[in-house]
Design a protein around this ligand. Structure first.
Ligand code: MN
Length: 484
C-alpha cells in the first residue's frame, strides 16, 4: 500500500494535536517535486522512500525538524537541488540535518572485518548529532524492507553493513526499536536457511497458536478491564527471531526450550491504572508465586519501568503480563535511555573501548533521554578524522594529519617510500591537511627515503617515530659511506 502525506500528518497530530504541520507539508511538496519522475528499484515512485522514512521518525516521536529532514534526506544526493536551496527554504537547522545525512552516506562497509571498529567510530563522528543517526536508521530500515528489489550482491552488502555497523550503534545508543527490526531483516538475508526454519516454527506454528490463545485471553480480560473503567490497549508480545537464533547458538538449546511462555502487554494511561489492571488480572487468574515484579516502584537499572506478573491463564497455561503506561512503553522502545544502564554497570563499561566509554559518559551527563536526543552533539571524535584507502579501508587519524601520517598508518614501508599522494583522485602534496571522508592513495618510489623535513609535516607519534628510526639508520649508513 503506497503511503500518502495524510498518514504522516495524522501521525504527527497524534503525537501532538497542537503541532504546526505547515513546514512538513511544504517539505513534502518540495521533495515530491525534486524526486519527480524518479522511481525506486521496486518500481514505486521515489517519494515513497522519504515519506516512509519521515513516518518512521514521526512514529518514534522525533521532533518536526527531524521528520522534515527525513522527507528531504535524499534531495541533495539524488536530485539536482543544492543544499543551499534547502537552507533558504527550510532554514539552517534542517539543512544541517540533511547535510549530516548526506555526509553519513559516505560511510560504507566493504567487507573488511578489522575495520569495523573504525567504521563505527566514523559513523558516529560523521553524524556528529544523534538526530542524524536516527534519520539514517529510519532511512536504512526502509532500504532493508525493500531489499528484495536489489541484486543479490548488493543485498548482502547492505545486510552485512547493517549488521556490522548500524546494529551495534543502535544497541549502544539503546534504540531497541531500530536494533531489533534491522537485525531481523538482516538475519533473513545473511542466514536464509536458519531464518526459514525459525520463521516457520515461530511464525507459522507458534504464532498461530499464540494468536488464538491471545484472542481467547483478550475475550476474558477486555470486559473486566472495561468494567473497571480503564482505557487500555492489549498487544501480544513476540521475541525477535534473531534474538532466538542468537540464544540457540550461544546456549546450544532447542527452539522449544527458548520459546517464552505466552506473553501479553497491556498499555494503560496512568501509573494508578497499572496497579488497577494487575488487580483485575489477579482476580481473574491465579498468580504464579514470586512472579510479580514492581519495576514501577523500583525501575530496572536501565530505566525500564512496568509491572510484570505471571498467572495460570486460560486452560491453566502460564501467561505473562506486562503492564505499563504508554510513556513507559515508548521509552523502552525508543528511549536513548541506555545510559542509566551503563551508569550503574561498571563491569560492562570497563570492557568497552575508550571511545564507547566516552560516548556513554556523554549520555550519562544528559539529564534525560529527551535532552540527549535533542541537544547532544557528539564531540567525542571532534579531533579525529577518518580517511579512506582506495580499497575503502578506514584509517582513523588525529585532526590536521597529512598524507605522510596516513602512509605510515597504513604500513611503515609505504611511509618510508612515499613521494606523493592522490587525494580524492587529484594530485595532492605530502603536507596537505586531510579531511574526514577523503580518499587517499599514496604514490611510492622504491628508492625514496624519509627526509628530516617530514618531521615537520607528520602529526602522529607513529609516523614521527618511524621517520626518526629511519633517519638514524640511513644517516649512519650515509656517514659510513662517506668515511670509507
Ligand atoms: Mn534514503
Amino acid at each position: 500500500m503506497p503511503l500518502n502525506l495524510a498518514q504522516l500528518l495524522a501521525q504527527i497530530k497524534q503525537n501532538n494535536p497542537k503541532a504546526d504541520t505547515t513546514l512538513v507539508e511544504l517539505a513534502y511538496e518540495y521533495a515530491a517535486q525534486a524526486h519527480a519522475g524518479q522511481t525506486r528499484r521496486s518500481g514505486e515512485p521515489y517519494i515513497q522512500h522519504p515519506l516512509r522514512t519521515a513516518l518512521t521518525l514521526a512514529q518514534i516521536r522525533a521532533e518536526n525538524d527531524v521528520v522534515i529532514a527525513g522527507l528531504l534526506h535524499d534531495v541533495p544526493e539524488d536530485t539536482g537541488r543544492p543544499l543551499a536551496e534547502i537552507e533558504k527554504q527550510f532554514g539552517k537547522k534542517i539543512a544541517a540535518l540533511v547535510e549530516g545525512i548526506t555526509k553519513l552516506s559516505k560511510v560504507k562497509y566493504r567487507g573488511i572485518e578489522r575495520h569495523t571498529e573504525s567504521l563505527k567510530k566514523m559513523f558516529i563522528a560523521m553524524a556528529a548529532d544523534i538526530r542524524v543517526i536516527l534519520i539514517r536508521f529510519a532511512d536504512r530500515l526502509h532500504n532493508l524492507e525493500t531489499l528484495d528489489a536489489l541484486p543479490e550482491n548488493k543485498r548482502l552488502r547492505i545486510a552485512q553493513e547493517t549488521m556490522e555497523i548500524y546494529v551495534p550503534i543502535a544497541g549502544l545508543l539503546g534504540i531497541w526499536h531500530f536494533k531489533n527490526k534491522m537485525e531481523d531483516i538482516c538475519f533473513r538475508y545473511l542466514h536464509p536457511e536458519e531464518y526459514k526454519k525459525l520463521q516457520y516454527r515461530y511464525e507459522v506454528e507458534q504464532r498461530m497458536e499464540n494468536q488464538a490463545f491471545i484472542k481467547k485471553t483478550e475475550e476474558i480480560l477486555v470486559p473486566k478491564l472495561k468494567e473497571a473503567d480503564l482505557r487500555f490497549e492489549i498487544q501480544g508480545r513476540f521475541k525477535s527471531l534473531y534474538s532466538i537464533f542468537q540464544k540457540m547458538q550461544k546456549k546450544e538449546r532447542k527452539f522449544s526450550e527458548i520459546y517464552d511462555v505466552f506473553a501479553l502487554r497491556v498499555i494503560v494511561e496512568t501509573v494508578a491504572d497499572c496497579y488497577k489492571t494487575i488487580g483485575v488480572i489477579h482476580s481473574l487468574w491465579k498468580p504464579k508465586p514470586n512472579r510479580f515484579k514492581d519495576y514501577i516502584a523500583v525501575p530496572k537499572s536501565n530505566g525500564y519501568q512496568a509491572l510484570h506478573t505471571a498467572v495460570f491463564g486460560p486452560n491453566g497455561k502460564v501467561t505473562e503480563f506486562q503492564v505499563a503506561t504508554r510513556k513507559m512503553y515508548e521509552k523502552s522502545l525508543y528511549g536513548i535511555a541506555a545510559h542509566w544502564y551503563y551508569k550503574s554497570n561498571k563491569k560492562y563499561l570497563s570492557k568497552q573501548p575508550k571511545w564507547v566509554r566516552d560516548i556513554l559518559e556523554l549520555m550519562r551527563q544528559a539529564k534525560n533521554s529527551e535532552e540527549f536526543v535533542n541537544v547532544a552533539k557528539i564531540d567525542v571524535f571532534q579531533n579525529r578524522i577518518f580517511v579512506f584507502t582506495p580499497k575503502g579501508d578506514v584509517i582513523d587519524l588525529p585532526e590536521r594529519s597529512t598524507p605522510i601520517d596516513f602512509a605510515y598508518a597504513v604500513h611503515s614501508d609505504i611511509g618510508h617510500h612515499c613521494v606523493g599522494a592522490m587525494i580524492n583522485e587529484k594530485i595532492g602534496k605530502l603536507d596537505t591537511p586531510l579531511k574526514s571522508g577523503d580518499t587517499v592513495e599514496i604514490i611510492t618510489e622504491k628508492n625514496k627515503k624519509p627526509s628530516r623535513d617530514w618531521l615537520k609535516i607528520a602529526k602522529t607519534a607513529r609516523a614521527r617515530e618511524k621517520i626518526r628510526q629511519s633517519l638514524k639508520t640511513n644517516g649512519g649508513f650515509m656517514k659510513f659511506i662517506k668515511w670509507k
